[in-house]
Design a protein around this ligand. Structure first.
Ligand SMILES: Cc1ncc(COP(=O)(O)O)c(C=O)c1O
Length: 385
């Protein structure tokens, strides 16, 4: 057996290394020209008016909620099948998270369930483009307009993906803001990193302040201007900045977004061919017209019928050099959430529960060779049949 195959990993080439090296040899390590360069490459790839890059997507979500200036005690609706950051950003801004069950085919938040979770206190919806597949943004926008709600789209998995109408995720034609993650397992990486896109000038100005402690030096924004040293703290913010080192890596990676997507989709198609007709396996469903950049390849495995537990299958695969993962444990079942908001009631989330019981993410990253893919297919089929 060759090297261990993790469920996801970055692909760094010589051009990336040279891009980072050139920053180290330049005068700026942070807040220099690479930041705007990276922002411009994201804006032009997704077709948004503004982009603000930040230290990671967890902080991108936090400041996106802060920028809405929603009153404490308001509610925000998100999905249980996500990384906890999609819900934590509500709590860190004094809001209450409300969870809506997922759709049985796409595993994305169900618009019908969003509607059921709306109360007079609801102010924002945070849908997640799970595994790279764009959410049903038209249906979510229709609900948001009817109830006067904001939409922050968590597209941490979905740079390079398209909605059914052919528009790029991140263009913000229906969302107020969209966030991306550049963690190494994501489609492109900046080491750690995140971005927010928006077409709204007011939100953009707030995001710029919130990235840097709530400070502005913009003459148009200052209440007075006694001299060149002067700045004002106009909002409460932390240090959420990205460095130029990260931005240079991110820009270099952006130039490979199309080729990374192509390879991801090739691997998905090989997997679909190998698994579709096998018993006790359901392959991911890609909704008609949606063009996913597939961050994850998530199988549904009927462990009861297979006669092995998920733990056994994961351990067996690990011993054979294959990494797998569970995306995700329902956020509202986490001890912190139960302690704060009360018991998690699985019966209220039947689709989430059945999804969670059977999900397993298997390796998917562009650096995988055809031999790696075939080895994963063969090993999984023998582990579960
Ligand atoms: C859906 C989702 N949102 C947000 C995040 C947070 O991203 P980051 O690791 O860049 O903080 C992640 C990270 O895995 C994620 O999967």
């Amino acid at each position: 057996m060759a090297e261990f195959i993790p469920y996801g990993r970055q692909w760094i080439d010589e051009a990336d290394i040279k891009a980072v090296e050139s920053v180290l040899r330049s005068g700026y390590l942070t807040q220099g020209p690479r930041i705007e360069g990276f922002e411009n490459s994201i804006k032009s790839a997704v077709g948004a008016k503004h982009c603000v890059v930040v230290s990671n997507a967890t902080q991108a979500l936090h400041i996106a909620v802060s920028a809405l200036e929603i009153g404490e005690g308001s509610e925000g609706i998100t999905t249980p099948i996500t990384f906890v950051a999609s819900a934590n950003c509500l709590i860190t801004n004094g809001l209450v998270p409300v969870f809506a069950d997922i759709d049985a085919q796409t595993y994305n938040i169900s618009p019908h369930e969003i509607e059921k979770g709306i109360t007079p206190r609801t102010r924002v919806i945070i849908p997640v483009d799970f595994a790279g597949q764009a959410v049903d943004i038209d249906a979510i926008k229709e609900i948001a307009e009817r109830h006067k709600l904001f939409i922050i789209e968590d597209a941490a998995h979905a740079i390079g993906s398209k909605y059914a109408d052919g528009k790029a995720v991140g263009c913000c034609h229906k969302s107020d803001m969209t966030i991306f993650s550049f963690h190494p397992v994501k489609t492109i990486t900046s080491g750690e990193g995140g971005a927010i896109t928006t077409n709204n000038d007011v939100l953009y100005k707030r995001l710029l302040k919130l990235r840097t402690i709530g400070i502005t030096k913009d003459e148009q924004e200052l209440s007075k201007n006694p001299g060149p040293w002067y700045y004002e703290v106009q909002m409460l913010g932390g240090n959420n900045r990205m460095t130029d080192i990260q931005a240079a890596l991110g820009s270099s990676q952006m130039s490979k977004l199309d080729s990374f997507k192509k390879r991801r989709r090739e691997i998905v198609s090989m997997y679909n061919d190998a698994f579709s007709d096998k018993p006790n396996i359901t392959v991911p469903y890609e909704k008609n017209g949606v063009d996913s950049c597939f961050h994850l390849y998530v199988l549904q495995l009927d462990f009861d019928k297979i006669g092995k537990s998920r733990k056994q299958v994961m351990e067996e695969l690990r011993q054979k050099g294959i990494g797998t993962q569970v995306h995700y444990i329902p956020v509202n079942s986490q001890p912190y959430y139960v302690g704060k908001y009360g018991e998690y009631r699985p019966k209220e989330y039947p689709v989430t529960e059945s999804y969670y019981r059977n999900c397993l993410s298997i390796p998917l990253f562009p650096m995988m060779s055809d031999e790696d893919v075939e080895y994963v297919e063969k090993t999984i089929i023998s582990a579960i049949t």
